[in-house]
Design a protein around this ligand. Structure first.
Ligand SMILES: Nc1ncnc2c1ncn2[C@@H]1O[C@H](COP(=O)(O)OP(=O)(O)O)[C@@H](O)[C@H]1O
Ligand SMILES: [Mg+2]
Length: 203
């Protein structure tokens, strides 16, 4: 049976500013998405029937949530329930079929290319399930790569990278290649890479 993901809200959410706000977000993949949404709403049909009747796949069904600054917010659910699809809306890797997403008070669908680039570079760190680390670059140069693209000088890059690696407990592995690390350690390199580009921006 299809189940939607669970959204776990942190306890301290009312203590600070809202940074992510999603309202009534739907993502239905396929040409007849609008008709499919209507049938889900009016007739309450499920994901298998949507596929059968409309040839559409339900990715996200009517998700509404807010995340506060500093809050740890968790989306959990079965494989295929729509977690990744939902998360990709926050930095507009995916556009919703219906509904809206605000980041720092701005509707992400209204941003032009340069505003979107600025947002992705400076306000969001995304860690992918498969880290896509570059195999011939050291751990440190993987972590510093987003800064390199932005033209940050090497000494600064290395300082930020090493600090990020400290946060994920990988001191001593800076000069290693990804393949010399365990799967979990490689994931931490990916986390450090996301932190490094973010840390640079908030300095
Ligand atoms: N680009 C796509 N085109 C068509 N269907 C997709 C696409 N991406 C995801 N889906 C479908 O959306 C549903 C949710 O997928 P996903 O968000 O990746 O699940 P999860 O991350 O919870 O495992 C799945 O049924 C999947 O087949
Ligand atoms: Mg996923």
């Amino acid at each position: 049976m299809y189940r939607r993901p669970f959204l776990f809200q942190g306890e301290d959410r009312h203590m600070s500013e809202t940074v992510v706000k999603a309202e009534g977000v739907w993502k239905v993949f396929g040409d007849q998405a609008d008709a499919a949404i209507k049938a889900i709403r009016d007739e309450g049909i499920g994901k298998p029937e949507v596929l059968e009747r409309f040839g559409c796949v339900v990715g996200v069904q009517d998700a509404t949530f807010e995340v506060s600054r500093g809050e740890i917010f968790c989306i959990m659910g079965l494989s295929g329930s729509g977690k990744s699809t939902l998360v990709r809306h926050v930095n507009r890797l995916i556009e919703p079929t219906s509904g809206s997403i605000e980041l720092l008070g701005r509707d992400v669908s209204s941003l032009n290319q340069s505003a979107l680039r600025e947002l992705r570079a400076n306000h969001i760190g995304m860690v992918f399930q498969h880290m896509a680390l570059m195999p011939h670059r050291s751990v440190r140069d993987n972590v510093g790569y987003p800064l390199e693209i932005r033209g940050v000088a090497k000494s600064k890059r290395w300082a930020v990278s090493d600090h990020a690696l400290e946060l994920v407990d990988l001191i001593g592995y800076e000069d290693r290649l990804p393949k010399e690390l365990s799967g979990g350690m490689q994931q931490r390199v990916g986390i450090a890479r996301a932190l490094a580009r973010f840390r640079h921006s908030i300095r």
